[in-house]
Design a protein around this ligand. Structure first.
Ligand code: ADP
Length: 602
């Protein structure tokens, strides 16, 4: 709780002055609002009724200030104007309060969103392995909104309740202590009831909030995997699963709302009882000649003004509860350690593309090693293919090269420098990876390509696209390079996406190009054209190809066979074909299946 308040306080840095000004405006507006009924009381007691309070100092002073009894009696519009002016000025301050509080809160939430987004960009991959995207989205939207509401509305509302309650107390006491006691008699019960109640709401809210996160995750996964859902005719199952989660979310939400309905009913009863109590005590005291009409009017107005906002005090506890739940969920993201960066990164001036893996082992979970003692050197400008059955650790190896994960043992060097000593950005600029299912942003084709290099000219774009055999496909679109790609590039075929990603990687001018099954969706003819074009660029980069098709592997200077995370064979295609082992078996299998000389995927 304390650390949440401290974190919230830090977050408010830069907006605290505006917040303080909002509270000051609130205090002024609230004080002015109590002056209006006071004017009415003075007029009722000092001018209209000439009751027992006429002699009261405050009433006399009020009447004199307005010009004397006779004058006010003849100019009754004067107190009316005074009341209107006071409430108008109060209105101006209420406006400032709203503007200042909203301005401060918007600034805080904007900073919070920026920090969240920025931090998410720097979190290591292991974080995302264990997090659900939908849950993260829910935190960055709904939880931020809960916090914003708390800061913008609830804190101010509670501030208003406190100020509205305490401002008139001395005045009320001065007018009539007995009536004051009657006016606040039920206040402790109202605050106590709402505090207990809202603590229960907090628990209910947490459950509803988590259910909402599950719902968001469900939608996000379903939309991302919409093709898989359709392909496996899982729509009915998915709808059912969604309906189940939706139902449980609705029930938890309904619980929050029914608790709230119960609260409003009981607290309304308590508040009206408080007004009733003041009315009864006031009437009795008036009948006994102990209270003037004007004072009675003032008490009734004042109690009505403070009692209803006062029940909001309990809400502070609950809203603070909600906000702490939301804030704690946000802090879980913000407090997660970002990818470590070396303090004084080494800089490779002219990368040759020499990669050395030295006794590299890796495990995602400590009990299941994925790579074991891998030692491998990729000489500058060499083309090396890695083959191996699915799950043998090929993609993991690429992730280690990119430093998405760090080896649990051993080291990886680029141009003789341990990649842990390099700035990640620098490393990822020198090492370009094309994945099997490349991600394209909802931008134009040209903009997607320029992610490889921002300042690339149109001629450079076209050259890279030609090498990747995608230029012709691009210009076939009506808008050519300005064609917008739908979300995740759905308007492009898998093969086109892969070729676009290769062009994007080439634009980056890497010293090491990694193709991780990046030609799997491309037909063999186009694949051979791309490989030939890449070979013609020979000398520009070291190439690491992960592939299943022998036609892809055939271009490699050297082939490394991986099995269960170990290198089991290594050599040229010709050598490996002769050597008994997995590669020869793979080769034979593919040749057998393709009597025409073509190869097929394994
Ligand atoms: P390949 O690319 O050869 O098919 P991978 O490198 O993708 O193999 O996977 C190797 C092993 O690591 C597999 O057993 C896979 O289940 C596991 N694995 C891959 N990614 C993760 C991950 N993010 N978390 C935990 N295990 C993983």
């Amino acid at each position: 709780m304390i650390s949440s308040i401290q974190a919230l306080w830090r977050l408010m840095a830069g907006s605290r002055a505006r917040y303080a000004a909002a509270i000051a405006s609130l205090a002024i507006a609230s004080s002015l609002l109590y002056i209006a009924p006071l004017v009415a009381q003075v007029v009722i007691d000092g001018v209209l009724t000439r009751g027992l309070a006429t002699s009261s100092g405050m009433v006399q002073w009020g009447v004199q200030t307005m010009g004397g009894r006779a004058f006010v009696a003849e100019h009754l519009w004067l107190p009316a104007v005074l009341i209107a002016a006071t409430t108008a000025v109060a209105g101006v301050f209420t406006y400032f309060r709203g503007r200042l509080a909203a301005g401060a809160t918007e600034a805080i939430t904007r900073r919070l969103r920026d920090r969240l987004y920025d931090h998410l960009q720097r979190l290591p991959c292991t974080y995302f392995d264990n997090a659900e995207t939908g849950d993260l989205v829910q935190r960055c939207t709904s939880d931020v909104e809960t916090l914003r509401m708390f800061l913008a509305e609830h804190i101010v509302e509670v501030g208003r309740a406190v100020i509205m309650f305490f401002v008139p107390l001395p005045l009320l006491w001065l007018i009539d202590p007995t009536m004051t006691l009657a006016g606040v008699a039920l206040v402790p019960i109202i605050i106590g009831f709402s505090s207990v109640f809202f603590l229960r709401v907090r628990r209910a809210f947490k459950r509803a909030d988590e259910a909402e996160a599950r719902l968001t995750t469900n939608v996000q996964e379903n939309l991302s995997g919409i093709r898989v859902v359709r392909a496996f005719a899982r729509q009915a199952y998915e709808c059912e699963r969604f309906a189940g989660r939706n139902q449980s979310h609705r029930e938890l939400d309904r619980r929050v709302y029914s608790l709230a309905a119960y609260f409003w009913a009981v607290s309304d009863f308590l508040c009206f009882s408080q007004v009733g109590l003041v009315t009864i005590v006031g009437l009795v005291r008036m009948a006994n000649g102990e209270l003037s009409v004007g004072a009675f009017f003032y008490f009734l107005t004042a109690v009505n003004m403070f009692i209803f906002p006062l029940r909001m005090l309990g809400r502070l506890v609950a809203d603070f509860g909600k906000a702490t739940v939301a804030f704690a969920r946000l802090r879980e993201i913000l407090d997660a350690p970002a990818e470590a960066q070396p303090e004084h990164p080494e800089v490779i001036v002219d990368s040759r593309g020499l990669i050395e893996l030295d006794g590299v082992s890796f495990a995602y979970r400590s009990d299941a090693p994925v790579l074991r003692d891998i030692s491998l050197t990729l000489k500058p400008r060499e083309t090396v293919a890695i083959v191996g059955p699915s799950g043998s650790g090929k993609t993991t190896l690429v992730s280690l090269l990119l430093r998405l994960y760090d080896p649990t043992e051993g080291s990886i060097r680029l141009d003789g420098v341990d990649i842990r000593a390099l700035d990640r950005k620098d490393l990822r600029q020198r090492l370009s990876v094309v994945m099997q299912e490349p991600f394209l942003f909802s931008k134009t084709l040209g903009e997607n390509l320029r992610l490889g290099r921002r300042g690339a000219t149109q001629a450079e774009l076209e050259q890279a696209a030609s090498t990747a055999c995608v230029h012709e496909a691009i210009v076939a679109f009506d808008e050519g390079y300005d064609t917008k790609v739908g979300e995740r590039g759905v308007t492009l075929s898998g093969g086109q996406r892969q070729r676009l990603a290769i062009a994007r990687a080439l634009l980056q001018r890497p010293s090491v190009l990694v193709l991780d099954d990046a030609l799997s969706a491309v037909d063999t003819e186009t694949e051979s054209m791309i490989l030939t074009a890449l070979a013609k660029r020979g000398g520009r980069h070291t190439t690491l190809i992960i592939a299943h098709r022998l036609s892809t592997i055939a271009v490699a200077d050297r082939v490394v066979v991986l099995d269960k995370g170990r290198i089991v064979q290594s050599g040229s295609v010709a050598e490996l074909r002769r050597q008994p082992g997995p590669f020869a078996r793979l080769w034979a299998l593919q040749q057998q299946d393709q009597p025409t000389g073509e190869t097929r995927d394994v």
